[in-house]
Ligand binder design. Sequence first.
Ligand code: DGP
Length: 112
Amino acid sequence: MTVFRKIIDREIPADIVYEDEYCLAFRDVNPQAPTHILLIPKQEISSLAGITGDDHSLMGHLLLKAAEVARSQGLEENGYRVVINVGSDGGQEVYHLHLHVLGGRAMTWPPG
Ligand code: DGP
């Protein structure tokens, strides 16, 4: 079980900004931008590499909600970045699929 399951189950606190039947969004404990939100499915999927065809509507839902959360946080005008880290080279630390929604500053490219 990961720390994100404990957040879903309210076993540990988080600053939750959005929740529905399928997903939860909360502020990253170690923000890398003025606004840094994590959006996770309630279903336990370890990483993007673990999705299957059965997850296609859930994945679409997550992208729609990432855009909605960004809009609700006032990020739409200046733009923002959505990131999914996958595996060790991708920098993934928590093995429960999550989308990072980052904004409030100009992002650089290429990413580190
Ligand atoms: P990643 O490297 O893509 O697996 O990102 C994991 C993120 O999760 C990282 O930015 C820090 C965040 N994080 C880890 N533990 C907690 C926690 O207990 N609460 C919150 N809010 N964020 C956490």
